[in-house]
Design a protein around this ligand. Structure first.
Ligand code: AR6
Length: 176
């Protein structure tokens, strides 16, 4: 686990499960356009949240790549879920702009809801095929750019699923 403080906001990278972050107010879902339970992060979040989440999501769908929408956390230990649709590598272009939009829009939405802490998975780097190091650079660069505009968020956590993804994000964070 490493952390870095930028303009009073703590950014940290941990290995773990995005659905098991009880000390965080909002967790981010790497969603599909229809906001349905799927594999990976979306599967873990919907399983832990229960069917009420899918029900709340239905009228909000479909969403576009780069977009973010907010719901309650239902049976998750978190008050909110922010659902982002990442770009599919090689399909939704330009991938870097759309991925940056996810992080920017999620942080903006969280701050509008006076959320103090938010946890992100590595959006698009699983089923959507975005190379993890490229994705980590886009994610952390965008977060650094957005931080000066935030009023309420004090903690931003990356929850990585593998040792390799953790190492990549730690390296990019250290070089920020
Ligand atoms: N906690 C944290 N990270 C996880 C977890 C977890 N429980 N499970 C997987 N990861 P993905 P995407 C990592 O595929 O690429 C879904 O089916 C995973 O190893 O969840 O944006 C949706 O329905 C990878 O590094 O999201 C969409 O159709 C990262 O989280 C599609 O997949 C993202 O992997 C979205 O694809």
């Amino acid at each position: 686990m490493i952390e870095k403080i930028i303009s009073g906001v703590t950014i940290e990278c941990v290995k773990g499960d995005i659905a098991k972050q009880p000390d965080i107010t909002a967790v981010v879902n790497a969603a599909n356009a229809w906001l349905k339970p799927g594999g990976g992060v979306a599967g873990a979040i919907h399983r832990a949240a229960g069917p009420g989440l899918e029900e709340e999501c239905r009228p909000l769908a479909p969403i576009k790549p780069g977009q973010a929408v907010i719901t309650g956390g239902h049976n998750l230990p978190n008050r909110y879920v922010i659902h982002c649709l990442g770009p599919r590598w090689g399909i939704d272009k330009p991938e870097d702009k759309l991925l940056a939009d996810c992080y920017r829009n999620a942080l903006k939405l969280a701050d509008e809801h006076k959320i103090d802490s938010i946890a992100f998975p590595a959006i698009s780097t699983g089923i959507f095929g975005y190379p993890v190091e490229e994705a980590a650079k886009v994610a952390l660069k965008t977060i650094k750019e957005v931080i000066p505009t935030l009023k309420y968020i004090k903690k931003i956590r990356f929850v990585l699923h593998s040792d390799r993804d953790l190492t990549v994000h730690e390296k990019v964070l250290a070089s920020l």
